[in-house]
Design a protein around this ligand. Sequence first.
Ligand code: TMP
Length: 215
Amino acid sequence: MKPRFITFEGSEGCGKTTQISLLADWFKQRGQTVTCLREPGATPLGEAVRHLLKHDPAGHGMAAESELLLFTASRAELVRKVIQPALTAGRWIICDRFHDSTTVYQSIARGLDRLTVSVINDFALGGTVPTLTLFLDLPAAESRARMLRRPRPVGQTDRMENEPPEFYEKVTNGYRQLADSEPSRIKRIDADGDKRTVFEKILSEVKNAFHGQLD
Ligand code: TMP
């Protein structure tokens, strides 16, 4: 049986949160147990690291290498404390971002050496990789516009969202390259439509990937 592990990837504002919630509801309606997680975060250590990476002034101006190690530390914890036990127990896991975010943001967009990032990523994963990755593909300008429209707590800044438009161009192109290089795991979904249309495409990929495992 394939691990019941699905990840969602894409640039900021691509609609991951909405689609994850629709997919989780779909599983629950079928009587399945599903755990939704987010990266970085989803463990006490991971949430502390998330705060450091996104909002804490202590993280401002951090080196790209430190950023890489913090994202992967959060993931190492999540894999061992939550994902591996849940998969062993036969639960479905849906994770908002996972190791592909590190490849795209830290290697392709920030420019860290691809092989080094891959070795560190693999160490954090310990062999736990998703069966299916849904890449929600939106033009960079549209995803940036949606990101900027998102409501946020007054006075809260987000270090990752303060990058210039060129950074997000690299992120979008990076995801497209990655999806082309691993077509059997990473499915590119055109996210530029209404949420039900996008969800139908996602559902069709889920049914294909887990054929025979859904009941
Ligand atoms: P989000 O949860 O709102 O998507 O914020 C997470 C941010 O962190 C987002 O800008 C993508 C970035 N990120 C990385 O740069 N590398 C990673 O490995 C992960 C998981 C996220």
